[in-house]
Write a protein that binds this ligand. Structure first.
Ligand code: ZN
Ligand code: ZN
Length: 478
């Protein structure tokens, strides 16, 4: 069934796809990797039954070899939760119903649950004797994107955004995957209390997509009112890896992001009498081109950076030279010095171009929103990668490149806790292989066509999170 869930095929045969998807949704979940070839035993002779594997309900292991990628059945109740979350997405800062569903699940599992932390955030604490404290994070929010996947359980939700406009809403970043996996992991950890000791803190964070939720939860006492973790762990899905695989990235995994507003001031007038004006459109055009030399000429080529002008607005009519032009930029970097250098250069060039044109007023340049780069603690990353390799098989745990996207997961690390975010493969493996062979990419995160290979992605996510937690909270073997 899952072989039919191919994003590329879906546009061509939406009706057939819809029927297949409906059947897939109604049928009981199948073993996630029924069709996967058997894995060769690991050369290192890793023990087949790790604590995590044993804790995986219904899991079978390959005698004498590495555990298969994932085995056993996916709880149909989790699939139902995923479909419910996917069908009912909520915008950032408006995740009330989603948060209530997750809080209720944790309560039923015996967690002490606090709702309304930093807005709609949920914190669940499970105390299990003395030992380390580990925090596992999911996000709650969805995006203003109109879903075009053709899935039987596609979102048709519309909601008012903060500007009062009605917008479509979709879990186009896969936060519904993260929430479902998080609930599945909470259940495993609650069942497997004899296999770990310490304190598990599960958090469901609002407003990741507008990079406000992590700060809001921290400001609301996340690390004071609740046990402060020794480690923070999260997953993020990716269509760049096949379902069944996970990716780890030591050090920087995601860039810092700065949103910069620039206003260039000229002197307006008649379009047929430019000599009486100072044309801010021409200044803006020169400025945009000059900014391109920041990345190419002003920083170490070994240090990545992006300067994108995403919005430029000025003027009202063909024959009127306006008084001002407004620009909006996004800046992405990893290194703090490089970030400052790029931001300084943006302001310097804007002011110099305006001066060159004889503008009487300096442009205004302001950073209106910032998110720091996300850093995976290298020691913690190595530790969880080893635990993941034991659970999923070494071939299913790959080093993944860093990306220029941004996340407010960075805030937990900056608050002084070693943190790691692991990539969760979400692509249907055959579709990904076909796309790669053709030199193409599958629909990205935030795309209206993003459709995770549902069951194997969920299954691997639960196995991966459980393996990481049991390793960090695990009792020594023997
Ligand atoms: Zn996103
Ligand atoms: Zn996301």
């Amino acid at each position: 069934m899952s072989d039919s869930r191919r994003p590329y095929a879906l546009a061509a045969v939406p009706a057939v796809f819809a029927v297949l998807s409906l059947l897939a949704a109604l049928l009981p979940a199948r073993p996630a990797f029924a069709a996967a070839p058997p894995k060769a035993p690991a050369a290192t002779g890793a023990p087949a039954a790790t604590a995590a594997t044993a804790a995986t309900a219904g899991a079978a292991t390959t005698a004498g070899g590495a555990a298969p990628a994932v085995s056993g059945d996916l709880d149909p109740d989790l699939v139902a939760l995923y479909i419910d979350l996917h069908r009912n997405p909520e915008l950032s800062l408006h995740e009330q119903k989603t948060a209530a569903k997750l809080a209720e699940r944790l309560r039923r599992l015996g967690f002490e649950v606090t709702a309304g932390v930093g807005g709609t955030g949920v914190v669940g604490v499970l105390r299990n004797g003395t030992g380390p404290t580990v925090m596992l994070r999911t996000e709650l929010d969805a995006l203003p994107v109109e879903e075009k996947t053709g899935l039987a359980y596609a979102s048709t939700v519309k909601a008012r955004n903060d500007a009062g406009l009605e917008v479509p809403v979709m879990h186009a970043c896969g936060h519904d995957v993260h929430m479902t996996v998080w609930v599945g992991t909470a259940a495993r950890m609650a069942q497997a209390r004899n296999r770990w000791h310490g304190t598990l803190v599960m958090i469901a964070q609002p407003a990741e997509e507008v990079v406000k939720g992590a700060k809001a939860m921290l400001a609301d006492g996340l690390f004071g009112r609740f046990p402060k973790p020794d480690y923070v762990v999260a997953l993020h899905d990716t269509p760049k890896l096949p379902a069944g695989k996970v990716g780890f990235t030591p050090g920087f995994i995601l860039a810092s992001s700065d949103s910069v507003d620039v206003t260039i001031y000229g002197k307006g007038g008649h379009g047929a009498a430019p000599q009486t004006t100072i044309d801010p459109v021409v200044i803006a055009a020169r400025t945009v081109l000059a900014w391109q030399t920041i990345v190419s000429r002003e920083k170490d080529p070994q240090e990545p950076a992006v300067v994108t002008v995403g919005s430029i607005h000025g003027g009202t009519k063909h024959n009127i030279i306006p008084d001002e032009v407004k620009l909006q930029l996004t800046v992405r970097t990893y290194n703090r010095e490089v970030r400052q250098r790029v931001l300084d250069a943006i302001a310097r060039i804007a002011k110099a171009e305006a001066a060159a044109a004889g503008a009487e007023r300096e442009p205004t340049v302001g950073v209106v929103e910032s998110t720091p780069a996300t850093y995976n603690d290298p020691k913690l990353t190595a530790r969880v990668a080893a635990a993941l390799a034991r659970q999923l098989g070494a071939g299913n745990v790959v080093e993944a490149p860093r990306e220029m996207a941004s996340e407010d997961f960075s805030e937990y690390g900056l608050a002084g806790v070693p943190a790691v975010m692991v990539r969760l493969g979400a692509a249907e493996p055959a579709a990904l292989a076909r796309a790669q062979a053709a030199g193409k990419e599958l629909p990205s995160l935030h795309s209206s066509l993003f459709a995770p290979d549902r069951d194997p992605t969920l299954h691997t996510g639960v196995a991966a999170e459980t393996a990481m937690l049991l390793d960090l909270l695990g009792k020594p073997a023997g």
